[in-house]
Every structure is written in structure tokens, then in C-alpha cells.
Ligand binder design. Sequence first.
Ligand code: SAH
Length: 266
Amino acid sequence: MNKLCPNSTLFIILLLLVQASLSACQPGAGVLPTPTPAVPATVSSADTTPATPATDRYASQRESMVEKQIRARDVTNEAVLQAMGQTPRHEFVSSDYLSQAYEDHPLPIGYGQTISQPYIVALMTELIELEPDDKVLEIGTGSGYQAAILAAITDQVYTIEIIPELAERAQQTFERLGYDEIVATQADGYWGWEEYAPFDAIIVTAAPDHVPQPLVNQLADGGKMVIPIGPPGGYQSLWVLERQGEEITRRNWGGVIFVPLTRAEE
Ligand code: SAH
């Protein structure tokens, strides 16, 4: 453990304050508090395989993102770290934000929505403890980035987006990048996707004010759901639900900020 002199302690506190206020200004998947060591753990390139090694000029930014934003904040699941290290996040952001693709915050993707902060994507993926043979459902496709991370771990990925233009664009992105295993649709994800249920894991990336019962019903025995719950426009709590038979256990992970789960007209 490095000793910190008073000046560097002050710097770290300032850094944390700046980061917390940035997250607060950018709804759409920031997390509070942000447990960020200012000094990253040792940098290793062993588990960061660029998706397109010959042409990928973002490889070093991605490696740095994994080490400083994710591993340093105690995400330890190697499959998650590898997924984050090999998935080209810059392919999921608009050209206006390319230079910020690997930065430590969410980014706008149009229609008032955001691609989540990399750390949140990694954390939520770690919390559902995905195994290679698992079937996973995502609510809130958005840019498609979270689905791509899931697809790096399992080839049974289902994702639902309510905004037609975003659903269409994500589908095109999946096709362009060769994510053939991702099954995507445009619908109100509140109802889940009965046709493919049950799911070993469900990941909800927009916040409802209660847990949608259809999603609970579509969770397999032993399955896990990670979902932010709270009032629209405010802070939410990130919950991890686990189903054991008819029993549902709940664990509150902490405060987060997500865009609201909107509902289709009925
Ligand atoms: N997972 C996304 C980011 C999520 S932003 C990514 O990796 O980029 C949340 C997304 O949830 C938005 O695109 C929003 O339109 C969508 N959403 C909101 N309510 C929804 C609903 N009821 N069903 C499906 N998608 C919904």
C-alpha cells in the first residue's frame, strides 16, 4: 500500500467530489457514491484483447478504462473484465462523442437516452453472475453496448427497447459488428419476453418505480435480476433479486441514477 502525503489525499478528495458532481449532472446511469481509488491497481494487458487488433486505435483507451475505472473499483469477475476489454465501446456512441467513448461517465445517444457509464455496465454484469450457458434478458437496449457485453459472455442474449428509432439503430449496429447471437425487439420491456422465458438473468437498464411482476415471473429458478428502482428524475437504488423456487430475496446494492423506464400507451 502506498503512503499518501497530505497533498495527494487532498487531490483524491477533490477528484472524488468532481466525479460525484459529474455523475449527478448526467442522469442515465451514474453511481453514487463512486468508490474510486485515484491510483489504479497494477496495469496488465493480459485480459484485454481488442476486438480488431490490427485497426483498433482505441485499444489502449479501453485497456486503461478497464484498469482505472473498473478493476480499480473492485469488479473482479474475469469474464466481465474480459468482455469490457474486448468490446469496442466507440462503435456504440455517436460520432459527436467518439473522443469520450471510454471516459468515466454516461453519454447521450439521442431521444433523451444515454449509454451507461462503463463502470455501471461492468457492475451490473458482475451482479447477475452470468455463466456461458445462461439465457439473459436486457430491458433497455439503448445503444446496444450492454447487450454486446452480455454477448461476450453468453450467446443467449435477448434485449428489448421501447423507442423504435433506438431499437432500429441498435439492430443495425449488431448486424454491422456481427453480433448475430443477440435477439432484439422493439416493445415495452415492462412485460418481459414471455416467448423466451424463463431467463437465468435479467438486467434492467432503465428505472421503474416498482419491480415489474412479469419480469419476476420470467426469472428462472436460481435466476438473478439487477434493477434500479426509484422515482423518475431522482436517485434510485440498485437491487439484486434472486429467485429460489417461489422465494425472492432482495439485496440493495446502493444509490444510482438511471433514465426512467417509460411505458407504452395501453
Ligand atoms: N443499456 C443501454 C443504455 C440504457 S438507457 C446501453 O447499453 O446503451 C435506457 C434505455 O431504456 C433507453 O434506451 C430507453 O429508451 C429504454 N427504455 C425505457 N423504458 C423502456 C421500456 N419500458 N422498455 C424497453 N426499453 C425501455
